[in-house]
Each structure stands twice: as C-alpha cells, then as structure tokens.
Design a protein around this ligand. Structure first.
Ligand code: FMN
Length: 90
C-alpha cells in the first residue's frame, strides 16, 4: 500500500499522555512537520511555539478548559508535558 495511506490509516488521536518531557530532537521534528501543514488562504510561514514550562502549560490548559466548558480539574491537553501553539502570519 502507498506509504502515505498507511500512515493516515494507522494514525489515532491520543487522550492519555505520559508526563515525561519529549526529547528536543523529537520535538523539533514534530514542529518541522507542522510547518508543512496546509494554511488557510495559502498564508504560509506558520509560527509554532512550544510551551515546555509547566506553569505556563498548566495555565493554558486551565484557560482552554474554561473556554471549552469542561468540568473543573479536567485537563484538555490530557497530561501532555508540551503544548504546541501554531500562529499564522496575517
Ligand atoms: C479540528 C479538530 C478539533 C479537535 N478538538 C478536539 C478536542 O478539543 N478534544 C479532543 O479530545 N479531541 C479533539 N479532536 C480529536 C477528535 O475528537 C478525534 O480526531 C476523533 O475522535 C477521531 O479519532 P481519531 O483521530 O483517533 O481517528 C479534534 C479533532 C479535530 C480535527
């Protein structure tokens, strides 16, 4: 089977992450892959910020939880130690 189709068919969303920090080289590879994602209206050069600071990561989780209307104590990042924020240049 075509390799791209194989990757698409074996990909799954994850709702439980280990707290261990992701290795820098792995994080860099994920960020690089993200820069190739499609952008609305063909606006290129997406900026991706990796939040590895636990305090900031937890504050973002809490704001996200409130916006999403989830119950107190719920972590919408499912315990992931790193959050990637993708900005698009306007
Ligand atoms: C635009 C978009 C937003 C999503 N938002 C959330 C979310 O806020 N919380 C969550 O747990 N999953 C979210 N998901 C994941 C979907 O629920 C998940 O992809 C779906 O259950 C299918 O499962 P799969 O990715 O393993 O095939 C989102 C998916 C997309 C495409």
């Amino acid at each position: 089977m075509n390799e791209t189709l194989k990757v698409l068919e074996s990909r799954r969303s994850c709702r439980k992450f280990k707290p261990d920090m992701v290795k820098k080289e792995e994080l860099d590879a994920i960020i690089k892959a993200g820069t190739y994602a499609a952008t609305g209206m063909g606006k290129q050069s997406p900026i991706i910020i990796a939040v590895t600071n636990k305090e900031l990561r937890d504050a973002l989780s809490e704001e996200n939880r409130k916006i999403g209307g989830w119950s107190e104590g719920f972590d919408p990042f499912y315990g992931a130690p790193v959050v990637l924020i993708r900005f698009l240049s306007l």
